[in-house]
Ligand binder design. Structure first.
Ligand code: G6Q
Length: 542
């Protein structure tokens, strides 16, 4: 396949960008009454209105052509087939198998993995039922009232996000907390008001060697055992593990009967629907969890089968490519208008940026185009009263994804209409702005006119769903997963490795003994790092 920037569609898009870059959405809408209907796609209960993007039918046609020239169809098939498309780690990428219905066949190295997936799900369900019914008791016979998930990165962000998103469906008689940071404050604050006799720890770590998680897990074990006179037998009632590493789990003291496994073909940031979702299942129950998986699967099937021009994840992915590579946009804002989705932007930060924050192609060649944009966001309407100013009137072009629901889970008076009015108003204001003439016509004095003018022409997607159910959450996450996949495919990068997190880890391990040494160690870092370590040591002595 020719390099990205010499593909015919890329060249055509460059020329097309030249003709479109100055076109205003005001004009595009005025010239084309059918635009909103045509540039809207719906599937699996998700509606995507992408008409307020700086595109025409021709742009969409060329972007789809670019996807085809980039081998997207074949790459999708390769993923679903279990090919080792994570080339730098020589692994299959099969989060889609985690939500494949019983009876489907997906093979890795000749083995059908779907029965294994369902075996683990069934074990998780049996365990969750026991805890939720009170049949599973702690060391002293008390039922479990508190669940603390200990994990970091992909073993934390998904569980936290899903717990918050599905809180409406959760067991309100239990407390769920999440400890991730190696900063002792995280554990101390999570545990301070809990009774160890009623507290279950879910130690979530694919490798079971991650510094932060193992440090927190050991602290949790000490905290727990201190309450039971150091009786190590208590571990079996208060600790379960989610991991792929049975040997390390056993070494930690957790019986593998209380371990829930997954596989190396599940990347950390793609694992919230594997056993890493055990805390989610404990919160919402096995039926709710399975409903979420069904939602994921519906979007998977849409992605796998729908033509690209009607394919939601493909369209969203291609729009990101359009802005990053042709308009030079650096970021994308994700703005959920649902309080339960407050951690969704944080979750997406890892999903998108750890996946597509790469600067070399699969062939190891440095790219000469932009790859993954910075994803960020906050729930609306709060963001409107802080950073939206920059999106409306600043100098950066920031494409926005608005996410809203037709029904609130907490229908209180007028709240929901007020909330959704803001979604539509923000997308409208960004696209159409307010001209100087309009501002003047309102009687605004001349010197204030530039300040009160909104240029508009700022693009956004509006995603509209019926209500935030477990299935809807699954669909939304899968939508972004496959959008990331689409972008990574066009850019020709490995969206499934994360070598960039390694260097810092290695350096930290080197510095730990230098901070803890009794006598001043000989330091061989750069001048700044050496000085910082010396100052820290001096401050600790003082
Ligand atoms: C995700 C990354 C990373 C990982 C954490 C935790 O894709 O690989 O965020 O999830 O480093 O790793 P463990 O689950 O092995 O503790």
């Amino acid at each position: 396949m020719p390099p990205l920037t010499v593909r015919p569609a890329w060249k055509a898009l460059q020329a097309h960008y030249g003709t479109l870059k100055d076109a205003h959405l005001r004009q595009l809408f005025a010239d084309d009454p059918g635009r909103a209907d045509r540039l809207t796609a719906a599937a699996a209960g998700v509606l995507l209105d992408y008409s307020k993007n700086r595109v025409t039918d021709e742009t969409v046609r060329l972007l789809v052509q670019l996807a085809e020239e980039s081998g997207l169809r074949g790459h999708i098939d390769a993923m679903f087939r279990g090919d080792k498309i994570n080339a730098t780690e020589n692994r299959a990428v099969l989060h889609v198998a985690l939500r494949a219905p019983k009876g489907e066949t997906i093979t890795v190295d000749g083995v059908n993995v779907v029965p294994e997936v369902h075996q683990v799900l069934d074990r998780m369900a049996a365990f969750a039922d026991k805890v939720r019914s009170g049949q599973w008791t702690g060391h002293t016979g008390k039922p479990i009232r508190n669940v603390i998930n200990v994990g970091i990165g992909g073993s934390d962000l998904g569980p936290v996000m899903a717990y918050e998103a599905l809180r409406h469906y959760s067991d309100r008689s239990r407390t769920f907390r999440f400890v991730s940071n190696v900063d002792g404050t995280d554990f101390a604050e999570a545990a301070r008001d809990l009774d160890p006799a009623e507290t279950l720890f879910v130690i979530s770590s694919k490798t079971f060697t991650t510094l932060e998680t193992m440090t927190n897990a050991r602290t949790a074990r000490d905290w727990s055992l201190a309450a039971f006179g150091g009786d190590a037998k208590a571990v079996a009632r208060h600790f379960v593990a989610v991991s792929t590493n049975a040997a390390e789990v056993t070494k930690f003291g957790i019986d593998t009967a209380n371990m829930f496994g997954f596989w190396d073909w599940v990347g950390g940031r793609y694992s919230m629907d594997s056993a890493i979702g055990l805390s989610t299942m404990l919160a919402v129950g096995p039926a709710g969890f399975r409903e979420m998986l069904a939602g994921f699967h519906e979007m998977d099937e849409h992605f796998r089968t729908a033509p690209f021009e009607k394919n939601l994840p493909v369209l969203m992915g291609l729009l990101n490519v359009w802005y990053a590579d042709f308009f030079g946009s650096q970021t994308v804002a994700v703005l959920p208008y649902d309080q339960y989705l407050k951690r969704f932007p944080a979750y997406l930060q890892q999903l998108t940026m750890e996946s597509n924050g790469k600067r070399v192609t699969l062939a190891g060649v440095e790219v000469d185009y932009q790859t993954g944009p910075v994803f960020w966001g906050e729930p609306g309407t709060n963001g409107q009263h802080s950073f939206y100013q920059l999106i409306h009137q600043g100098t950066h072009l920031i494409p926005c994804d608005f996410v809203g629901f037709a029904h609130s889970l907490n229908p209180l008076g007028r709240h929901h209409d007020l909330l959704m009015a803001n979604v539509f108003a923000q997308a409208e204001a960004l696209a159409f702005g307010k001209t100087a003439e309009q501002v003047k016509a309102e009687g605004v004095p001349d010197h204030l006119v530039p300040h009160k003018t909104f240029p508009g022409n700022r693009p956004s997607n509006v995603l509209l769903l019926d209500r935030l159910t477990p299935a809807a959450l699954g669909k939304l996450v899968a939508l972004y997963e496959h959008s990331v996949f689409t972008q990574g495919t066009v850019w020709g990068i490995d969206s499934f490795d994360q070598w960039g997190v390694e260097l810092g880890k290695v350096l930290a391990q080197r510095i730990v003994p230098e901070l803890e040494a009794a006598n001043d160690p000989e330091l061989k870092h750069d001048g700044s790092t050496n000085a910082l370590i010396r100052r820290y040591r001096a401050a600790r002595r003082a």
